[in-house]
Design a protein around this ligand. Sequence first.
Ligand code: DGJ
Length: 536
Amino acid sequence: MPSPSPTPLPRLERRGTSARLIVDERPLLIRGGELGNSAAHRAYLAGRWEELERLGLNAVVAPAYWELVEPTEGAFDWSTVDELIEDAAAHGMRVVLLWFGTWKNSMSCYAPEWVKTDTARFPRGRDAQGRPLEILTPFGDESRDADARAFAALMAHLREHDTDRTVVMVQVENEIGMIREAREHSDLAERAFASAVPDALLARLAEEPASLQPSLRARWEAAGARTAGTWTEVFGAGAETDEIFMAWAYARYVEGVAAAGRVELDLPLYANAALIRPGSAPGQYPSAGPLPHLSDVWRAGAPSLDFLAPDIYFPNFAEWATRYVDSGHPLFVPEALRSIDAAANALYAFGAHGAIGFSAFGIEQIDDRAGELLSASYDAIRQLSPLISEHVGGASMIGLLPPEGGHRPPHRVRLGDLELSATYEHEVSPGLADGVINEADDRAADRARLPAAAIVIRTGDDEFVIAGIGVTITFAGADPSPDVIGILRCDEGGFDDAGDWRTRRRLNGDETHQGRHVRLVPGAVTIQRVALYRYR
Ligand code: DGJ
């Protein structure tokens, strides 16, 4: 008897500026939650999985710890990884595995004890005064090779033992970034800094300068667009050059690790970044990580990564998401703030950018209110998943999120030949809300602000599926035309398990302001199917 064909490997399929994650030959939109750093232990998670299920997660984003999987060099203990995978699968969830290897939030705290204590073999970075840092230098070849061997062993272990492919993607390291200074000053680093810029990076600069990130291009051109020279010759002196230099070093190290893993198991791989606090300069934020302004450096240095990903804790969620997409990366948000805004940011990520996934950090600690809203949002995304996946990368789907700062409503967004004008409601009007917000335990502070966002999918010429919370939308032609656009019909409902639409009620009268607009009430995530018509 022929043996059954193995489960196909999860893979990315590029679609325009987005990508679909294909798992079991079907697109998977990750409705995720990242576990707290010390949470990926069976005993700790026991009794917590049910809550993760109630939140509507279809994946956990969770660490594999180098210090625990290789406590002695060359001797591996996979129990934490295996138990995580088993327990996630038992609760119907996939896993995005985070390799907490050489770096975790800049530091090297997850390096095994045999690495931490052998500073001759695994050298530290140093500050400008020569003091050692708890950060392994990316110029340590032995460190890179040790990490690569461990990562390769992990991927080989997944290949042999996770045959159902519960693990669908792997993050290489975590929030790499140089801190306190934009570059480190160990002897190894100083030597590299005084050497020529490697050809591979120079070739990338010269290949298509117009496609480079503007700040990188500006620095290179200001220094004379040289095709040879040391780092200061090619990019000029200063903290920005220090950052480019470190980004290249980190990317090359990560490439060594990622490529070694990929040989064992060809799963999608990515690196995540801590973002830049407004107004801070290189050295004041975790510098040189997989940030959008360094995207060209990381891409050229670490081609084995499929994409770079932002951990978005700042309020300008849309801006950071867009910067990653604009610099050529499909959007996956491995970490987002687990506040009430997570519900809105998730809707926006899938609608505006056809995201691979969204995941709130510290998910097992989410509070009741944020959890209720996020699960409502995830439930709408679950129902819409086939539709969203179909429209990923096209011009027929948008996401609406209130624009940041200084914006005068309405928020106008183009969708083909239509202009949608959105206004956002951040408070519940008693009597109009429907679901989630319970007036009885409604606390004044929480009422002060609710999240607002929507996904709009154009399913036909003048037909739409719209899901969201706290958004009112009017429709007009985007270009001059004698046609007036009206609402033909508007139904509230959802998709059943077979994917068929089920109307719960016809919305008209007050609910559409007598046919003037589509309104997604605040405080609850609802889905509507809307048809427009045109008249003269
Ligand atoms: C970002 C890191 O990537 C996470 O592992 C965690 O440390 C969070 N910060 C904490 O806010």
